[in-house]
Design a protein around this ligand. Structure first.
Ligand code: ADP
Length: 488
């Protein structure tokens, strides 16, 4: 059953994976990593939950394992290929066969049994690592975010001997549940203490991953440093500091095949140069029924949450529209923010509430600038799509945003390396100032065109990061082998 001959077997575990199921950047990364790692000699299979949309997209999936009691009901593991991915799907109808997003019901409330749903995913990963699939065992397991965090504990409890890497895509989500759930989640009592997965009297799945994993990574070097500080650590900065020796920051890349302005099927007019954006810009204004005010067309594609700083952008926006700029927002999430943005819609501001993958591509292609004023941002992908599609990113100087955008200050402009604008410290006032600067740069045609051209040339793929992950996998596998050999 080794699906990709010649490649070393590894198992990825994620609650979402593009293009099958996506609510944010985690899905893009889980979907892009396997191809990037194949070039490093690793054959990554990805275990995801069998949500209705996933099962519907994989009609020819075949059963490779059965589990009679998967946290309250029977389950199967299905194997399938789709979109270049080698997938293992946990088909557990009592946990995953329901409408809504992977995490919430239709009214936006977390499913009450999310702890069991993702504990089941994590437990299955450990079972597979322990030999649960005939003929295939991974050398390394790669866990993504809290939904996979408990796998680090189960891998030890089941004595699989297989090492794991825990990657934090967002420290804000812990996967907390009550202490009374220990037995239901098949967790050992001996782990429930402050140096284990206990967190102020609760079980914390992310902390379990941080403490038990053989190595920890996050999605940018700056976020790796930020996580050690109380302002960013979300109560787990001490845990991260304790694991500093095993911690790395590996920048996310984007899938440059899927996100290629020259071949993008979502665009009426694919393009290869900044100049080629003009038709997409016109089409975008028309799609949002906006007129061209002569200033930059700015856009946001984002989850609407406190993290993203879009309340500050609402305050700063008049600066842009006063100068003939336009502002487009595509997003969904927090109801208060949705309503505030809908109320701000005007001749210069257009708002689309919802999730629309195709429209997001057309926005990156048509916009002059993409705005990302996040309060914190582990890596951020929208600024990378912006660079690739010749839209100038305007970003807060935090996390991966700081690692991927070079501010158009005088020195960087002179050196010809600027790719965007950075804002620090972040406030409505500094953001307004950045929008003024953006309008000034936009009005200076030669400077603007260099800025866009630099962005389109910026390295946004996996060229640097895939080898870093590959080396980390190899190190973990080697250390585990050495432990095995040393064992009596
Ligand atoms: P996060 O993971 O915190 O949501 P990222 O910037 O890492 O932020 O990734 C966001 C991803 O989700 C990008 O691919 C972005 O294009 C996409 N996205 C966010 N909101 C929407 C939306 N409303 N419609 C379409 N795509 C969206």
């Amino acid at each position: 059953m080794v699906v990709t001959p010649g490649l070393r077997p590894a198992l990825g575990v994620a609650s979402e994976c593009a293009p099958l199921v996506k609510t944010g950047g985690l899905a893009d990364v889980a979907g892009a990593l396997p191809a990037a790692l194949a070039r490093q000699g690793w054959g990554l299979r990805t275990l995801i939950p069998g949500y209705p949309g996933v099962l519907a997209a994989l009609p020819r999936a075949r059963e490779v394992a059965q589990v009679p009691d998967m946290f309250g009901g029977p389950a199967r593991v299905l194997a399938s290929h789709a979109a270049g991915l080698d997938l293992l799907v946990l088909d557990a109808p009592h946990l995953f066969d329901r409408p809504g997003t992977p995490y919430w019901d239709a009214s936006g409330r977390d499913w009450p049994d999310n702890d069991a749903r993702f504990a089941a995913l994590s437990w299955m990963a450990a079972r597979i690592a322990g030999g649960g699939l005939a003929g295939w065992r991974p050398e390394v397991v790669h866990l993504h975010d809290w939904q996979a965090g408990l796998a680090a504990v189960y891998l030890r409890e089941l004595a699989t001997g297989v090492p794991c890497l825990m990657t934090v895509h967002n420290m804000a989500f812990h996967g907390l549940t009550g202490a009374g759930r220990l037995m239901a989640l098949r967790l050992p009592d001996h782990g429930f203490h402050p140096e284990g997965f206990e967190f102020f009297g609760h079980i914390n799945a992310l902390k379990a991953g941080l403490v038990w994993a053989d190595a920890v990574s996050t999605v940018s070097p700056t976020y790796a440093r930020e996580l050690m500080r109380p302002e960013f650590g979300m109560g787990l900065d001490g845990v991260v500091r304790a694991r500093a020796a095993d911690m790395s920051g590996i920048l996310n890349g984007i899938d440059t095949e899927v996100w290629n302005p020259a071949t993008d099927p979502h665009l009426a007019r694919p393009f290869t140069t900044p100049r080629g954006k003009a038709a997409n810009r016109r089409a975008l204004l028309a799609e949002f029924a906006l007129t061209d005010g002569g200033g930059p067309v700015c856009a946001v594609v984002s989850r609407l949450s406190e993290q993203k700083g879009l309340d500050l952008l609402l305050q700063a926006a008049p600066v842009l529209t006063d100068r003939g700029g336009r502002l487009i927002l595509l997003g969904a999430g927090d109801r208060g923010l949705e309503n505030a943005w809908l109320a701000a819609a005007s001749d210069g501001v257009a708002v689309r509430i919802g999730y629309d993958e195709g429209l997001s591509h057309r926005i990156y292609a048509g916009a002059d600038a993409i705005l990302v004023p996040s309060r914190f941002e582990p890596c951020g992908l929208t600024q990378l799509y912006a660079l690739r599609y010749g839209a100038v990113p305007v970003v807060a100087l935090t996390g991966g945003l700081a690692d991927t955008v070079i501010d158009a200050n005088e020195a960087a402009l002179r050196a010809g390396v600027a790719t965007g604008l950075t804002v620090h410290p972040l406030s409505a006032e500094t953001l307004a100032h950045a929008l003024q600067r953006l309008c000034d740069l936009y009005a200076d045609a030669p400077v603007w065109s260099r800025l866009r051209a630099n962005g389109m040339k910026a390295p946004v793929g996996w060229e640097a990061s895939a080898p870093a992950y590959g080396a980390l996998y190899s190190r973990l596998a080697q250390a585990a082998r050495a432990r095995d050999t040393a064992a009596p």
